[in-house]
Design a binder for this molecule. Structure first.
Ligand code: GTP
Ligand code: SPV
Ligand code: MN
Length: 611
């Protein structure tokens, strides 16, 4: 093959690491773009790319009077969420991917991808995006370079990561960096006009954990395409973390200050669209408490030199669920979105601003829906797609914590696991110890949401909220958590572990708990437990708040709601343990003995509670 192009716009930065330059040339040779652009991360560059996308119809500029420097993107209706069925972990051995991942042998996947990437960028510009996950220069940060043929991806990555020249300068001869290749998979023939949202029906989101590479074909949406996020910061990072003795988790991070001025940091893992962004930006309803945001989706946690668990948010922005985000549910997010925001698949108002279900109680009379069609409240469809999202810089959050970019990370006092459960799971329960907490994380079930393709509402296991994001065998992930616990115990400071569920429903099908700002009451209990200030009641499933232990001052719950929120029904829990055993059996003996033992103990306690 002839050496490529290097025609228009190709200015390789002088200080670019030779390995990066050679890799870029190799990918250009394979994908045959018309031009190559090294992304510098400047405002001028963003302006140029957004203007280009307004011209091509990818973006609509919102009315600057309402939403300055903001845009609406409408995706292709076939490209609206992560595609778990097309996401692959290509480890050498199938058992290293484990039964919860789609596995294809690396050679076979390479053979499949080669012809798909061959010429895939014809007629397009190839962008080279150096990025840092974590504050530049932090000992906990990691570097990557994404190649993409989507300017939408470039601009989004600029919000979600520390991108451009600052990151490229971090890559020198000995630095580890993760290469990620992305194409929308829609080459343009000479003279052919582009569509606003190019993509392909042939989707592959492939990860090579041993060589730490990512190859993504066919989608420009979210986690399928912004490869720094789920593909790198979770799937590949979880493998690096296993090897290096730390954790890459699907967790929000927040700082909470008590009325007495005591500062705590929490990490909480909930599945996609189950309330991480909301909790991270919580406005407490209880007097004197303050919450500040550190991260809303991903946390990297590592035992620090002092033996304590420290965490950073590797991201620089929020890619948050729009529907359900309003002044009454998450006023902080609404303030964050004042401008400089890209909205994807929300509805457009006649005045050039955006709207989605839950932004206001009443829908405007006339809108343009997420597919560009006229919409009215009696259209019988939602105006915004259920997985429509906003992309905005974290620094725009009015309650971003002063330590959110601390290069050493923040010390974690408590870890929370949660899911969306209409039944069984109580509002809050505390694990007896780290092992019990790992068992809680391992057995989380949650109703599926619109964040991925699949049947919304269907209950599935989502261990550690990592089901779609763990780059190695899930049972090994639990072993790794046990090992980290051992190390923290040696340091003498082990975070406490809790499980929460805001989504339990009464017989009328309505949520028993008001949620949102009222969740501060649960956080208060958690932190009082950490400080040993409140007693708890023993139960077969762990420590529950003692009678009157939860602060309900000024809160009106329906009659019997509190009792139902904490009801532990031995029979339904025993049925659940049977299901858990079946779930564990899938892992061919890799479930750690300590986790299996927790299940046996739980069974024993439940049985005893019936006598
Ligand atoms: P990903 O970005 O997909 O990882 O999701 P996330 O966990 O950050 O989800 P997010 O916070 O955006 O919440 C998604 C949905 O959950 C929104 O529609 C919220 O309105 C709803 N939600 C969040 N917190 C609560 C709560 O306490 N109670 C109830 N009933 N709904 C909630
Ligand atoms: C999730 O689905 O958990 C998300 C959105 O955070 S995406 O980046 O598309 O994966
Ligand atoms: Mn997420």
């Amino acid at each position: 093959m002839s050496t490529p192009l290097l025609t228009r716009d190709t200015v390789t930065p002088d200080d670019a690491d030779l390995r990066v330059v050679q890799w870029v040339e190799q990918i250009a040779e394979l994908t045959q773009p018309d031009a190559i652009e090294w992304v510098d991360g400047s405002t001028a560059e963003t302006d140029r790319l957004t203007r280009l996308m307004v011209e091509t119809g990818t973006l609509t500029r919102l009315n600057p009077e309402h939403r300055p420097y903001s845009f609406l993107a409408r995706s292709d209706p076939s490209d609206v969420a992560r595609v778990e069925s097309r996401t692959f972990i290509c480890s050498e051995r199938e058992e290293d991917a484990g039964p919860t991942n789609n596995w294809v042998a690396p050679d076979e996947m390479r053979a499949t991808l080669q012809p798909l990437f061959d010429g895939a960028m014809r007629g397009r510009t190839m962008y080279v995006i150096p990025f840092s996950m974590g504050p530049i220069g932090s000992p906990l940060a990691k570097l990557g370079v994404q190649i993409t043929d989507s300017p939408y991806v470039v601009v989004s990555m600029g919000i979600m990561t520390r991108m451009g020249t600052v990151a490229l300068r971090q890559i020198t001869e000995d630095t580890e960096w993760v290469p990620a290749v992305h194409t929308v998979g829609a080459p343009l023939l000479a003279g052919e006009t582009d569509v606003p949202w190019p993509c392909s029906d042939t989707k592959y989101i492939s990860h090579f954990p041993e060589t730490r590479e990512i190859w993504s074909h066919g989608s420009a949406y979210g986690g399928n395409a912004l490869l720094a996020k789920k593909s790198f910061a979770l799937r590949i990072a979880s493998v690096i973390a296993r090897d290096e003795g730390w954790l890459a988790e699907h967790m929000l991070l927040l700082k909470m200050t008590s009325p007495r001025g005591r500062v705590f940091h929490l990490a909480a893992a909930f599945p996609s669209a189950c309330g991480k962004t909301n909790l991270a930006m919580l406005k407490p309803t209880i007097p004197g408490w303050k919450v500040e945001t550190i991260g809303d989706d991903i946390a990297w946690l590592r035992p620090g030199p002092d033996g304590r668990l420290r965490a950073i948010n590797p991201e620089a922005g929020f890619f948050g669920v729009a529907p359900g985000t309003g002044v009454s549910t998450n006023a902080t997010a609404i303030e964050t979105l004042w401008g400089n925001t890209i909205f994807t698949n929300v509805a457009l108002r006649e005045d050039g601003d955006v709207w989605w279900e839950g932004l206001t109680d009443k829908a405007p009379d006339r809108l343009t829906d997420w597919q560009g069609n006229p919409w009215s409240p009696d259209s019988g469809t939602t105006a915004a797609h259920p997985n429509s999202r906003f992309t905005v810089a974290a620094r725009q959050c009015p309650i971003i914590s002063d330590d959110w970019e601390d290069p050493q990370g923040v010390v974690i006092d408590a870890i929370i696991f949660g899911g969306r459960r209409a039944t069984n799971a109580p509002l809050v329960v505390e694990a007896r110890d780290w092992e019990h907490g790992v068992f809680m994380g391992a057995t989380v079930s949650s109703e599926q949401t619109a964040a991925a393709e699949g049947t919304v509402g269907e209950l599935r296991r989502d261990p550690f909220a990592m089901l779609p994001f763990c780059g190695y065998n899930m049972a090994d992930h639990w072993s790794h958590w046990l090992d980290i616990g051992q190390e923290l115990r040696r340091g003498g400071r082990v975070p406490r572990i809790f499980q929460v569920n805001w989504f339990r429903k009464g017989e009328d099908g309505k949520f028993l708990w008001p949620g949102f700002g009222e969740n501060s009451r649960v956080l208060e209990w958690i932190l009082e437990r950490v400080d040993g200030r409140v007693p708890a009641a023993d139960s077969p499933i762990g420590w529950l708040p003692a009678e009157d232990g939860l602060n309900l001052d000024g809160l009106e719950l329906k009659d019997g709601a509190l009792q139902q929120l904490f009801d532990v029904n031995a029979d339904s829990w025993l049925a659940e343990t049977d299901d858990t055993q079946k779930f564990f059996d899938q892992f061919d003996g890799r479930v750690p003995a300590a986790v299996q033992k927790q299940l046996d103990v739980l069974r024993g306690r439940l049985t005893a509670s019936k006598q």
